[in-house]
Each structure stands twice: as C-alpha cells, then as structure tokens.
Design a protein around this ligand. Structure first.
Ligand code: ASP
Length: 293
C-alpha cells in the first residue's frame, strides 16, 4: 500500500535525563548526523521498522547515551539492559529485559519478535536466546562500558537515568518505534522500567508511533505510550494527548519526555524534565536538533 504523498518522518531521542547547564554539543552533533543518515534511508524507501532498529543500534553502540555501551550499572555493579521494538502495521513486537552484556539489545528484541512466538524475554532466558541466535556479546564488560556524555562519576548512585529511542513513518505509511536503555544508575538488580514494556515504553499502531523516556516507574503508573495512543485514537490532538500523560507523570512525582510521529507525518517531542536530547527529520521540513528549550 503506497502512502499518497510518499511522505516520511522521523524523531530520535537520547533520553530525558539531560541536566541543565551541562554541555551536550557532542550528542547534538551525533544526533544531527544520525538523523541525516536515517532520513536518507527513509527517502530511499527504507522501512520504518528497519530505520528505528538501525537508529537505536547506533545510539546503543556509540557509548554517548545511557543505553548499550553507555549503560548504568545496577546496585550490584552489573549492567542489565532493556529494549523493545514494535511494528505498527502488523502490531508485532519484541522486547528484552534485564539482559546482561549484549552489544545491541534492540537487535535481540527484534530477534524475539521475529524468531519466537513471544513478545518479551528476560534475564538468563534472554541471554540464552541471544547466544543461541549469535547476537554479539560484550567480551570484556570492564573495558567496554563507558560513562556517557553529560554523566559524571559523582552521578553514580544518584537517580541519573537515560534512554535512547526512535520513531518513524516510512513512505508506505508504515510506523514503528524502538527504545533501549541501561535504566537508572544504581537500580536494584532485576529492576525493569518502562523501556522494554510494549505499551508503557514503546508503542506503534497504524496511526501513531511513540517512544518514552524518563523515570520509568512513573511512566508505567501513568500508562505511558498507550495512554497517549488511545487518547490520540479517540480524537484528542497529538500535543494534548502527550501533555495529559506527561502531566500525570509529573503529578505522580516523576518526569518524562516523549517522541511521537503520526500517520499524517506530524512529529511531537515534548518533555517535562530539565531537557531531552532529541532530533527530527521529515520529507517536508528541515532537520531539528536540541537538548533544552
Ligand atoms: N525510562 C528509563 C527507565 O526508567 C530511563 C530513562 O528514560 O531515562 O529505565
């Protein structure tokens, strides 16, 4: 099925944990390059699903964000990774949670979607699945993980958090979303936030694709991405649908940021934290990149 106007649109985030006053020039430059790369892929006819997986894989492996290589250790000193991906047209989805030491959790999440009858695998089972399907593992965790941009040693043990995500509309009208995180610094072993949860953290259907970032416990309790999608489906405008969910997160004591793209090519990237690393690109507008207002 061809989208009449062949329009495409894309939004990326590098997490809503940006701290006011810190310098994010390096991540802004990185997001600009990645948005350009992803835009070219969509312009050439790449699928939304492939593009969001590609974007999140790049955000995971660069080490600049709290995901993949830049992930936060839990209170036991180990990295546990969460990721999810969803295809709007088929409603197929895959996720991994509390998965130790793979190079690209989003690739494993897509593997769960395509190679199993399940939506989510967690912990040891997820690792066994990654191994038996030959997804790359981190050979030397002590050497691999690095502090991401904007995070200092003094942040460790505090409630510092970060995530990466991507949403896209492709030229056929397909929508997809993907999200990946190392979670929150100092989280309890086995803690799982919103990011790998299809519904709260990541959602795509035939009208909208959404990736959330922020304090996962509050996002889950506010309903997260599906709370936005269901409002939007019932006729609430995009900004209002997102704003109402963000207000609920705030009321519960957290903060969050959202990236969303709709079937009509509308993009929204609001947040109520101090800042959110973000970028957008679309067939009908120039690339935008920002961290703060
Ligand atoms: N939502 C993520 C989590 O709670 C963290 C973040 O987005 O910054 O694990």
């Amino acid at each position: 099925m061809q989208n009449e106007t062949e329009k495409y649109a894309l939004a990326l985030h590098g997490g809503a944990g940006a701290v006011a006053g810190r310098d994010y020039a390096v991540t802004e430059e990185h997001l600009r390059k990645l948005a350009t790369d992803c835009e070219q892929r969509l312009a050439k006819g790449g699928s939304a699903l492939d593009v969001v997986e590609h974007a999140v894989n790049e955000l995971e492996t660069c080490g600049l964000y709290v995901a993949g290589r830049g992930s936060a250790p839990n209170s036991a000193g180990h990295v546990e990774l969460d990721a999810s991906i969803m295809d709007g047209r088929s409603r197929k989805a895959g996720a991994v949670a509390a998965l130790p030491d793979v190079v690209s959790p989003v690739q494993v999440a897509r593997g769960v979607m395509e190679k199993t009858p399940h939506v989510m695998l967690a912990g040891k089972g997820a690792l066994d699945f990654a191994r038996s399907n030959h997804f790359a593992e981190v050979a030397d965790p002590a050497a691999y993980y690095i502090l991401p941009v904007g995070v200092t040693g003094a942040d460790i043990g505090g409630f510092v958090h970060g995530t990466v995500g991507a949403v896209a509309l492709d030229k056929t009208g397909g929508l997809a979303a993907a999200t990946s995180t190392g979670g929150t610094f100092g989280k309890l072993k086995g803690r799982i936030g919103d990011t790998p949860l299809i519904g709260p953290g990541t959602w795509a259907d035939d009208g909208i694709a959404i990736s959330c970032t922020g304090t996962g416990e509050h996002i889950i309790r506010a309903g997260g991405a599906t709370a936005i999608a269901f409002r939007y489906r019932s006729g609430v405008g995009l900004e209002q649908a997102i704003g109402e969910m963000l207000d609920e997160v705030k009321r519960l004591g957290g903060d969050a940021g959202i990236i969303a793209v709709t079937k009509s090519g509308e993009i929204a990237m609001p947040y109520n934290s101090q800042g959110m690393k973000r970028a957008s690109a679309a067939s009908n507008s120039a690339i935008t990149v920002a961290t703060f207002d």
